[in-house]
Design a protein around this ligand. Sequence first.
Ligand code: ARG
Length: 462
Amino acid sequence: MKLWGGRFTKETNALVNEFNASITFDRRFYRQDIEGSIAHAAMLGRTGIITDEESRRIIDGLKGILADIESRKLVIGTEYEDIHTFVEANLIERIGDTGKKLHTGRSRNDQVALDMRLYTREQIKETDRELFELENVILTIMKANVDAFMPGFTHLQKAQPVTVAHHFGAYFEMFRRDRGRLSDIYKRMNYCPLGAGALAGTTYPLDREFTAKALGFTAPTANSMDSVSDRDYLIEYLDALALIMMHLSRFSEEICIWNSNEYQFIELDDAYSTGSSIMPQKKNPDIAELVRGKTGRVYGALMSLLTVMKGIPLAYDKDIQEDKEMSFDAMDTTDACIRLFTDMIRTMKFRYDRMEDSAKKGFTNATDAADYLVRKGIPFRDAHGIIGSLVLTCINRQCALDDLPLEEYKKACPAFDQDIYEAISLKTCVDKRLTPGAPGPGAMQQEIAASENYLKENPAMK
Ligand code: ARG
């Protein structure tokens, strides 16, 4: 079933019908399509383009269709070309010829541009809600772990001691920027394309301000050709999703490393890990691995849409129909990943003994030992060399700097004294790091307070 055919003398080839149709995937936004049509019909009535009575009958008919779809009384069949055809055909079936007036002053081009925007707008909010929840969980973990020492890494080699709070705080910042991007995109995209017609507006006295306001937009879009063919906002959103997935993927990689037999920094909850069909001992971090893996699909959607759009002459071309499936997949994938990742870290346990032990064993206090010498008047470059040689001594003796006898220290440099041990203890190393943004407890408490404040001032989008 289609909305055109008057100028054709032959039936459409069956494969062409199938190839051309979008109903299997655009039925997802039936609600947005109907909401848009209700606003359009109300505007047609107000402006006298159709009568008030006709407008009312159309709106009642549309509300009936919506209710019946939601209660599953009405099934969206695939014999229709697209969701717009389905709704219009049903309306005519319900209310008769008046239904044929709904599409006055409108094209499927501005209609689909509107539907996709309405749908994306809701999705942006949904993603923000998921990220808000994730940030709350991260903040809870930060608050509980200001004193939980762990090694900080560079090159995946133990570098300097940090805390669990500090490590998680880094991800808090990444997701905060992700939320900032979502709110920027929302502001930029919240303009209403309805009334742009096929490409050149219409000759009817449409009230575009009215429909824009009725649908919660800031204002109508400015140029009708741009309105029907712009998908920038969707590309921006997919880009934001790709970045979210990149952050989740890095975090997942860390979960996999921490969960490995060698590290054992964390233990995943049984409800959020899986087993092996052959190896009875296995408890695998499949959720983290899948999140890492699914990042590829979301990147793929971004690349696909960029590629679809790059060759489109103004205004609407059917290529644009390709904006949907991969975008929907990216939206569903990212939402599921954030949700599952949040629950996985909410329920996992830290092995504090293992993390602290690991921090102690990897010479993560070597920089602090050099800083100790600097405080005794030795230039940093010389101090670096002296501690380097002492690390070598420790490697040969298979001990930590903390366990090296004082005479060995004095042999390397007479400036060493008994207070070196206190100066390089794990606690001192962390406690002394008090520059803003550092893991020291004072600095960390400030970071936590600022993060808490940020969540209060930036609640989830409604
Ligand atoms: N299914 C189309 C899409 O998703 C709707 C717009 C169709 N417009 C047209 N002129 N064929 O883009």
